[in-house]
Design a protein around this ligand. Structure first.
Ligand code: PMP
Length: 359
């Protein structure tokens, strides 16, 4: 059998691991921070009609500039943003890849703060950008001083923040982002995939965009919007940033069907986001009940909870799997991560945890 070693693979990809969340179909799937609520049926019907209209013209290439979609996204985000500030791609993973293709690449570096979203370093490797692993303060926090210290010492071409951070759920102060921005001439990216789950009134990095042309805020419809399968991520930034990304994007990268589906979904934003409060309530319930069981959940501003105090994470992960429940083992010693599901899924998880916890 041919192995990777037999192929003339890029040397810098040898020995690398692909993104590896196990993709298993089980009754309770709380492993990849999806929104586990299906989208409302009336919205689904509108989306199907929009897709059907596009299908009749699918012999033609789609709008390369996805103008209607950028208008819809700008309308959703507010903050005085217009279509010129918006860019979108097939999931925010692709948005991040395009950012690294434009501003990173061989000979360039990107600073991130593990433990953080594993794709940040994987996309860095894939684009030939060197990944610099910064260190967080206690409790997974990043103070402005810590961020400035790492930026000043390592002089990266890009800085990646994840706010709220996956997998820890930790919120990030805007003062840290602003301080890092002032300390670098490079690009500063804030991955806000979970922004809609932040505490009410907590400001987004979108409020920092004005006057900061090297700042990029990336978002996704995969989480709060319950649209992971449709693949739609986007960014907000200075119009010059979107012009930079036009240099590396593939023409027509967003299919006409994706564009139509996303525009139709955004027209129903309040309905699509209706489950966010419920998901936040389930998240808080997980924190409370795991604490009662003697575990140490970290405070979360996202739709998942990282919890410590697990003697044998691999064994607990497997025992849950045997009960039809999949959560995530990220190889953080003594820890596992669980996504907040529907009330019923969350109950199934917590009941199993109660059963599996030896007092
Ligand atoms: N950023 C973060 C922090 C994530 O956790 C994820 C998904 N797990 C993504 C980006 C990518 O999401 P998508 O490509 O579906 O937009």
């Amino acid at each position: 059998m041919t192995s990777l070693d037999d192929l003339p693979l890029r040397d810098d990809l040898r020995g690398q691991e692909p993104y590896g969340a196990p993709h298993l179909h089980l009754p309770v799937q709380l492993n990849v921070n999806e929104n586990t609520h299906p989208i409302p049926e009336d919205v689904a019907r509108d989306i199907i009609e929009a897709i059907a209209r596009e299908l009749l013209q699918v012999n033609r290439y789609p709008d390369r500039e996805f103008t209607a979609l950028r208008d819809s996204l700008a309308g959703y985000l507010g903050h005085g943003l217009t279509r010129d500030n918006l860019w979108a791609a097939n999931g925010s993973n692709e948005v991040l890849q395009q950012i690294l293709m434009a501003f990173g690449g061989p000979g360039r570096t990107v600073l991130g703060f593990p433990p953080t979203y594993s794709m940040h370093s994987i996309i860095a490797h894939g684009t030939g950008t060197e990944w610099i692993a910064g260190e967080r303060d206690a409790d997974y926090l990043i103070s402005p001083e810590t961020a400035v210290d790492w930026v000043t010492r390592t002089k990266p071409d890009l800085v990646f923040f994840c706010a709220p951070n996956n997998p820890t759920g930790t919120a990030l102060g805007l003062d840290t982002i602003a301080a890092a921005y002032d300390a670098t001439d490079g690009m500063v990216i804030v991955d806000e995939a979970y922004a809609e789950f932040m505490p009410d009134g907590e400001p987004s990095a979108l409020t920092l965009l004005e006057g900061r042309p090297r700042l990029i805020v990336s978002r996704t419809m995969s989480k709060a919007f319950a649209f992971a399968g449709a693949r739609l991520g986007y960014l907000a930034a200075d119009p010059a940033v979107t012009d930079a990304i036009r240099l590396v994007r593939l023409p027509y990268h967003l299919s006409a069907l994706t564009q139509a589906a996303a525009v139709a979904a955004l027209a129903h934003a309040p309905e699509m986001l209706a489950m966010v409060d419920d998901i936040k309530a389930q998240r808080d319930r997980i924190v409370d009940e795991l604490t009662e069981l003697g575990y140490s959940p970290w405070p979360s501003a996202a739709n998942f909870v990282l919890f410590g105090g697990v003697d044998d994470p691999a064994a607990l992960w497997q025992a849950l799997l045997d009960r039809g429940i999949i959560i995530r083992n990220l190889s953080i010693p003594g820890h596992l991560r669980v996504s907040a599901g529907t009330a019923a899924e969350t109950t199934a998880f917590l009941d199993a945890m109660r059963e599996l916890t030896v007092h």
